[in-house]
Design a protein around this ligand. Structure first.
Ligand code: BGC
Length: 294
């Protein structure tokens, strides 16, 4: 959990709709096609003897211990608990085990194994949503021509893996506090701090630390309908909004692509901007919370 969050903040309720991206036929980065799962068969409690999901774990996963778990049977994981440094708890509550393997709490996906995900069960990510107001040359907020509401801008990256625009999030490292992941991922992916001069780097670090030490707004925590999900492995995230209200903190930073991000910049928060995974939903919550255009 992030250490400092606004209290009483409204969180986005977990959707009870059947997941969709998690059933997308073509599994990302492969030729693998999932066993088709219709809406009425997603729920595990619906009896479906004909269900014969495809088993797939990417070779890139099996080659990457300790980032990835070994195969079930060759290690002794402790599920539904903090397992040494690896957080195997789910925001969805305790998940079931079927033949020693975690069962996706949102239902069938048409694919068993781990696909591209390293951990059996929940794979935890963190999404820092850094925002500022869109202002004119005189520093005045610019209302949207249609909604007349002020427009927020957020730091957006173009992901190298899929080419989609996204919040600069990433995986929580074993033993890492989510609050640190949020700050680390933002620095690595959005600010290319590794290519900056020592003086620039110190300035960037100071500004980021200052912003991330302000109370963030908890936007969402829970299951994510991510295209990499499988019957036995799935994504969960904590999305937190850090807002530079006065425009004198990170708003002024020159943004460059870094780490695994292709491009980075300030983008208007607007419902028409297509984004990766559940990121649009997160921005909608932020826009409503800050009474901004959506
Ligand atoms: C991404 C996050 C995203 C999560 C779930 C992670 O790999 O870095 O931005 O929210 O997956 O889709």
């Amino acid at each position: 959990m992030p250490a400092r969050l606004t209290t009483g903040a409204q969180t986005m309720s977990s959707s009870v709709e059947p997941h969709i991206n998690s059933r997308c036929s073509q599994y990302p980065g492969s030729e693998i096609k999932r066993f088709p799962v219709p809406d009425d068969k997603v729920d595990w409690t619906t009896d479906w003897p004909q269900y014969t999901p495809v088993n797939y774990t990417s070779p890139s996963v099996t080659k990457r211990p300790p980032w990835a778990d070994p195969g079930i049977g060759s290690f002794t994981p402790h599920f539904n608990t903090l397992d040494a440094a690896v957080d195997r708890t789910s925001f969805e509550g305790d998940y079931r085990l079927e033949q020693g393997k975690p069962q996706n709490p949102r239902g069938r996906t048409g694919l068993t194994g781990r696909g591209l995900l390293g951990r059996w069960g929940p794979n935890h990510a963190a999404d820092p949503i850094v925002t500022r107001w869109k202002v004119d040359a005189r520093g005045q907020k610019m209302p949207h021509p249609v909604s007349k509401q002020p427009v927020l801008q957020f730091v957006s990256i173009k992901r190298r893996d899929c080419g989609e625009w996204a919040i600069p999030g990433g995986m929580v490292d074993p033993g890492e506090l989510v609050s640190l992941t949020l700050q680390r991922e933002f620095s690595e992916e959005a600010l290319n701090s590794l290519n900056a001069t020592a003086a620039e780097r110190a300035d960037i670090r100071a500004r980021i630390t200052q912003l991330f030490n302000t109370p963030g707004f908890l936007v969402y925590q829970g299951y994510v309908d991510d295209p990499r999900n499988t019957d036995n492995a799935w994504m969960e995230t904590v999305a937190v909004n850090f807002h530079d209200d006065t425009g004198d903190s990170v708003s002024e930073l020159p943004l460059e692509a870094g780490d695994d991000a292709g491009k980075v910049g300030w983008a208007d928060v607007d419902s028409s901007f297509p984004l990766y995974a559940s990121h649009s939903h997160f921005l909608e919550v932020v826009a409503k919370e800050r009474h901004a255009h959506w």
